[in-house]
Design a protein around this ligand. Structure first.
Ligand SMILES: [Zn+2]
Length: 175
């Protein structure tokens, strides 16, 4: 860390008070973990990195809660698509078993059934985390929706949270 770096609050931009393994913002009246702390009045950073959706779907609910809203939206889009294709497979195996009147596809059908239940629960989790963040569950998430979201995110982070006090100083000096 360079010595002119100031540790600041990601929400209001105030300088932080260092505590044992934590930081404290007087203005927000809240503790902050080291990973939340910003430097030089920067705004909250939202991760916009590429990530493998499959791997992320295996994360636990507390882990998912720490993802950015954009990541959650991308994951939800993926989970919904996966669910549709699993449902399709489930039906294919079911029909094949009924048609052939055999137990041949039973194992595949059961396997798909478990996968289907798992992806459905993941989808519920993602929808509920997003509902807490946004106040609603996005109905349809398209590539276009995500692209526009990303565009807004890139626009949002431009200005550091510094309050210029110049005018007050001018008044004090009587000019
Ligand atoms: Zn603050």
């Amino acid at each position: 860390m360079k010595d002119y770096d100031v540790l600041t609050c990601p929400y209001c931009g105030s300088e932080l008070v260092e505590q044992v393994e934590q930081y404290y913002c007087d203005f927000c009246v809240m503790r902050l973990d080291p990973y939340q702390v910003q430097r030089n009045h920067e705004r909250i950073s939202v991760r916009i990195k590429d990530f493998s959706l499959e791997v992320y779907l295996d994360k636990t609910t507390p882990e998912l809660m720490r993802l950015s809203t954009f990541e959650l939206l991308s994951l939800l889009k993926y989970a919904r698509a996966e669910r549709v294709s699993l449902y399709h497979y489930l039906n294919v195996f079911y029909k094949a078993r009924k048609l052939g009147k055999t137990e041949e596809y039973k194992e595949n059908e059961e396997e798909s059934g478990k996968e289907y239940e798992k992806i459905t629960r993941k989808m519920f989790v993602l929808e509920n985390i997003l509902r807490q963040r946004l106040g609603y569950v996005p109905h349809r998430i398209t590539d276009d929706y995500l692209a526009r979201y990303l565009e807004e995110m890139k626009k949002g982070k431009h200005k550091p949270m510094i309050i210029r006090q110049k005018r007050r100083d001018e008044v004090k000096s009587g000019s």
